[in-house]
Design a protein around this ligand. Structure first.
Ligand code: 5GP
Ligand code: MN
Length: 321
């Protein structure tokens, strides 16, 4: 059985690395810290954790997140016995940490993206799970691993954030049952909500309001998008974190079928975040090298914001909305 194999691999490994994806969210960081603590508690082993982008301030409350190191601080010639990817739909999502993944003796892939190609030696990929944290907890239950409050905090954060506070269509009975089990261990839901959502500074809130105000509504308001430029963030003295929840806000408008945010990147490219109520936006993002889920997906395009918007609109309009 796969879980038995996982147990054997962990037991036989002296050096273990757990990876998280670029532009990390609550699920990849919660699953990473959760796995770190599970391995420490159940196997008495210390692991390394790697991040490939800055950790958003609001996730600094995750137990042990301060132990995660940026990929630039790693010795790339190092060979790990085991590398565990969490919430990594495709290996390029871990950027330079892929060098360490490719060299590892054993590789494990724990994820919930339907598009995941099961690229590792051992794959725990459940396309119907709400989050990677849910997949991690299903491994815990099958294997009988011990839990503690810190682990429950990490996994609850993954469940909470990937379901948009238990509101999106990936919120299932199993996901809520698992959340209930975390609460029984001691997780306090309103504290978790406060830590994960009530996190905007005044500048961030005003910058988000500005981006909603300049949103463009097209095709009977079924398509709505907005743009985020470096100069917008400079004007409001904020960083990219202000945009969290922005695309969901546009999708929440009653007339919206598809919403997207086109964000100018430091290197001149454009990051697209798409949400839908009807069409498969993972398919559209897939055309540009991205992916995700049917109703929530993203991609990074090499062109500027205006060109990216044009290309995305062209693809959206091929669908009946
Ligand atoms: P977000 O729009 O919040 O960045 O991402 C929404 C969903 O799309 C997440 O599940 C995320 O994993 C996925 N996603 C976002 N950007 C990319 C990308 O560049 N490549 C892939 N494969 N998935 C992405
Ligand atoms: Mn996820």
């Amino acid at each position: 059985m796969e879980v038995a194999q996982l147990n054997d691999i962990i037991k036989s490994s002296k050096n273990i690395l757990i990876t998280s994806h670029i532009n990390p969210d609550g699920d990849t960081l919660g699953s990473m810290c959760g796995m770190y603590l599970l391995i420490k508690l159940n196997f008495k082993k210390k692991c390394d954790m790697v991040v490939v982008s800055r950790v958003p301030d609001k996730y600094k409350f995750f137990p042990n997140i301060n132990l995660a190191k940026h990929i630039d601080e790693f010795d790339k010639s190092r060979e790990y016995d085991l590398v565990i990817n969490v919430d990594i739909a495709a290996p390029d999502r871990i950027c330079d940490a892929k060098i360490l993944f490719d060299k590892a003796k054993h590789t494990v892939n724990i994820d919930h993206h339907k598009t995941n190609s099961c690229y590792a030696e051992l794959n725990f990929v459940e396309g119907d799970a709400s989050s990677t944290a849910e997949v991690v907890y299903s491994i815990v239950k099958t294997s009988g691993w011990k839990m503690n409050l810190d682990i429950a905090i990490c996994l609850y954060a993954g469940l909470l954030t990937d379901t948009g506070s238990f509101r999106f269509n990936n919120t299932t009975a199993r996901c809520l049952e698992y959340a209930a089990e975390m609460i029984k261990i001691g997780v306090v839901p309103n504290v978790m909500f406060k830590n994960c959502y009530e996190t905007y500074t005044k500048d961030m809130a005003l910058c988000q309001a500005y981006c909603v105000d300049k949103a463009v509504f097209l095709d009977d308001d079924k398509i709505v998008y907005t743009t985020v430029y470096k100069k917008d963030m400079e004007k409001y003295n904020t960083d990219e974190e202000f945009a969290e929840g922005l695309v969901e806000r546009l999708r929440a408008i009653t007339s919206t079928s598809v919403a997207f945010v086109a964000k100018e990147m430091k290197n001149g490219g454009c990051k697209i975040s798409m949400r839908s109520k009807t069409i498969d936006v993972a398919e559209i993002c897939g055309l540009f090298g991205g992916g995700g889920h049917k109703f929530a997906a993203g991609c990074t395009m090499k062109c500027n914001v205006e060109e990216a918007v044009k290309k995305i609109l062209h693809e959206i309009r091929k669908y009946e909305l």
